[in-house]
Ligand binder design. Structure first.
Ligand code: MTE
Length: 312
């Protein structure tokens, strides 16, 4: 049974990834294929227009763009923290079709560009708390997942939502290693998914989402551990029964369905009582982990009457 990341040392760029990157530079017409001065993501930075600002997270100290885009978990591109920023240039994010199906009245397939035309984009600053006991503060750009759910019109019997990531080994070299049961999949209860805080993100820092952060569209569920925030989503399926996520399948004793941030429930192999803020400096004090990652006022009512130690 696979255990959660015992962080692997990041590997030097494989010859294959290097070739793919050169092909990308050539495709983008960015000059001599031999000269690759920047990480793959840096060449793709593109501003998003018409983003409304909101009060979410105003006043928090943001994690730097550099940290958000070079310290990642995206196992489809390797298990090292720097692997995604080095390898995710091979992911083709346009065109991109999102399938919405299962227990819905209006199953659909929609291109991401059309989605962006359909919903106004907002900026929301959210804390992201990883199960590995580190955290970041990220200015996401996106729209509430709830809007897409209402558009699809779940049937009366739909109770859960399951999400699937892209799983093309040609574009995602990490899929060739069986570190998880691919495709990466996650799930929420329908009422959690319809909570106004749950966001479908398409950007950060006012720009198109870099590949390593889950382009072109990813989930952000700020009161849950980061692994619930699934990246590069290709399918959203409504179900009557509780779906099994990739991490729960890998190790049900360590990764529960809910995975709400909870300082009182330790991971079996480490404490969740405190966390390290990425970018705060080596000597900065660890922070106390907050119940529901500090979003309790908004989300606690979803779990009324539940034993959150049992339903972790
Ligand atoms: N989504 C996919 N498809 N594959 C992954 O490996 N890692 C998860 C989550 N979404 C992951 C994923 C984990 S463990 C975390 S902490 C967050 O993405 C990290 O998001 P970030 O790299 O944008 O900070």
């Amino acid at each position: 049974m696979y255990k959660y990341p015992l962080p692997a040392p990041s590997e030097i760029t494989s010859p294959e990834a290097f070739r793919q990157r050169r092909a990308l530079v050539a495709a983008l017409g960015l000059g001599a294929a031999g000269a690759w001065p920047l990480p793959a993501s840096a060449t793709l930075r593109q501003k998003l227009s018409g983003v409304q600002s909101t009060s979410y997270g105003r006043g928090e100290t943001l994690t730097s763009y550099d940290d958000i885009t070079t310290y990642n978990n995206f196992y489809e591109f390797g298990t090292g923290k720097e692997d995604p920023s080095q390898n995710a240039g091979s992911l083709r994010t346009r065109p991109w079709t999102l399938v919405v199906d299962g227990a819905v009245r209006r199953p659909r397939q929609i291109g991401v560009e059309d989605l962006l035309r359909q919903y106004p984009l907002q900026e929301r600053i959210y804390r992201l708390r990883c199960v590995e006991a580190w955290s970041m503060v990220i200015p996401w750009v996106g729209f509430p997942l709830r809007q897409l759910i209402d558009w699809a019109q779940p049937t009366g019997s739909a109770r859960f939502v399951q999400f699937f990531s892209q799983d093309d080994p040609e574009q995602m070299p990490g899929l060739r290693r069986h570190v998880l049961d691919w495709p990466y999949t996650e799930g929420l209860r329908l009422d959690e998914a319809r909570h106004p805080l749950a966001l479908l993100a398409v950007g950060l820092y006012g720009e198109v989402l870099p590949n390593q952060d889950g382009a072109p569209i990813r989930l952000v569920v700020p009161w849950k551990y980061g692994f619930k925030s699934i990246k590069s989503i290709v399918r959203i399926r409504f179900t009557e029964t509780q779906p099994v996520s990739s991490w729960t399948r890998a190790n049900p004793d360590e990764y529960g369905f809910f995975s709400n941030v909870n300082p009182a429930v330790d991971h079996p192999r480490w404490s969740q009582a405190t966390e390290r803020r990425i970018g705060a400096g080596l000597f900065s004090a660890r922070r106390k982990t907050l119940m529901f990652n500090g979003y309790g006022e908004e989300v606690a009512s979803l779990y009324q009457g539940m034993d959150l130690k049992r339903d972790f």
